[in-house]
Design a protein around this ligand. Structure first.
Ligand SMILES: [Zn+2]
Ligand SMILES: [Zn+2]
Length: 338
């Protein structure tokens, strides 16, 4: 058994092009009671990792290993861990602990738990050769996808799915999607599969082309209005300036859902223009395990086409730079084998 492993840590939060991450040698973590250790095969590069590395999200402890879209093989089981067999392929996602006792946990809303812990923020994540997780928060993964295409499902996919559910789309409704990156391109396919008309608004010409290739109904620039009023809209771009535009694109009674964990400031809203006629503005905070299980089952049934840009594990810093610069098509994924 190896004693040390390679891991990327957030060394000093700074803009991505100043190299906030460092590649270090760390002891291989031991799984505690109820935990499993996985040998990492792939880890998705999420925008939250970038916000953490750049300091938009304050670090919860120094030198944390980022990464919360982790696919790997169970390699060791801690005391009383029996849910998975050694060698089984499992996923680790953002939510890794909830208290189980607060009013939110007891009412099926564990995503709002008062004492949660998150992978790659409170505890070390998957930018490493090994990672541990409480087995109750790991996911069984569907067949039909390799690790590169599974990884983005674990945060980008699940959060996009929760955002879509929060939008409470009417059957056959009209959905607007602002931004068309990792999360958006998956949520948009779920919406299409369920019968929605989907209009995509994004500044990237490549992303507009990709949206049309994935059968979306229209694609235009981020600041252009959609071709028809919307029953709901999902905002994935972390740009608060798009909130009033997206609200004005809604039909009466429509809902705008902000899907990101981070958003630049929202400009002043005008009540009559932006909110009246029962237009609603909602946020999304993490997800429940049930969201994750529902989404992974649906991903296999559709089946989702997951667009990825692979990076060798040793190029995690380059992956964050490319994400910051808008140069990643679909979802960036670190691959151990590359
Ligand atoms: Zn709780
Ligand atoms: Zn994420």
């Amino acid at each position: 058994m190896r004693e040390t492993m390679r891991a990327w840590v957030v060394n000093r939060p700074a803009p991505a092009d100043q190299g906030p991450l460092a590649l270090v040698e760390r002891p291989v973590p031991e799984p505690g009671p109820g935990e499993v250790r996985i040998r990492v095969l792939a880890c998705g590069v999420c925008r939250t990792d970038l916000h953490l590395a750049e300091g938009d999200l304050p670090p919860r402890h120094p030198q944390v290993v980022p990464g919360h879209e982790v696919v790997g093989l169970v390699d060791a089981r801690g005391p009383n861990a029996r849910r998975f067999e050694t060698g089984e392929r499992v996923g680790i996602a953002w939510l890794r602990h909830t208290c189980g006792a607060c009013r939110f946990c007891r009412s099926g809303r564990e995503n709002l738990c008062l004492a949660p812990r998150f992978t790659g923020w409170d505890a070390d994540g998957g930018y490493a050769e090994y990672a541990v997780v409480p087995e109750a928060f790991a996911y069984r993964l569907p067949s039909g996808f390799d690790e590169e295409h599974l990884a983005p499902l674990l945060c980008a996919g699940i959060i996009g799915y929760r955002a879509l559910r929060r939008a409470e789309m009417p059957p056959g409704g009209r959905l607007g999607v602002y931004g068309f990156g990792a999360s958006a391109h998956l949520a948009a396919q779920v919406a299409r599969y369920e019968g929605a008309t989907v209009h995509v608004m994004t500044r990237s010409r490549d992303a507009r082309r990709q949206a049309l290739a994935l059968d979306m109904d229209s694609a235009q620039s981020a600041t252009d209005p959609p071709p028809e009023p919307l029953d709901a809209a999902l905002l994935f771009a972390p740009a608060g300036m798009l909130v009033p535009r997206a609200l004005r694109a809604l039909d009466r009674g429509g809902t705008l859902v902000i899907a990101g964990i981070y958003l630049t400031d929202i400009p002043v809203l005008r009540y009559e223009q932006d909110l009246f006629y029962e237009r609603a503005l909602r946020s999304v905070t993490a997800n429940t395990r049930r969201d994750g299980e529902e989404f992974l089952a649906l991903a296999a049934r559709i089946p989702l086409r997951v667009t990825t840009t692979p990076f060798a594990f040793t190029r995690a810093d380059a992956a964050l730079r490319d994400l910051a610069g808008g140069r990643i098509n679909g979802a960036g994924v670190l691959l151990m084998s590359a």
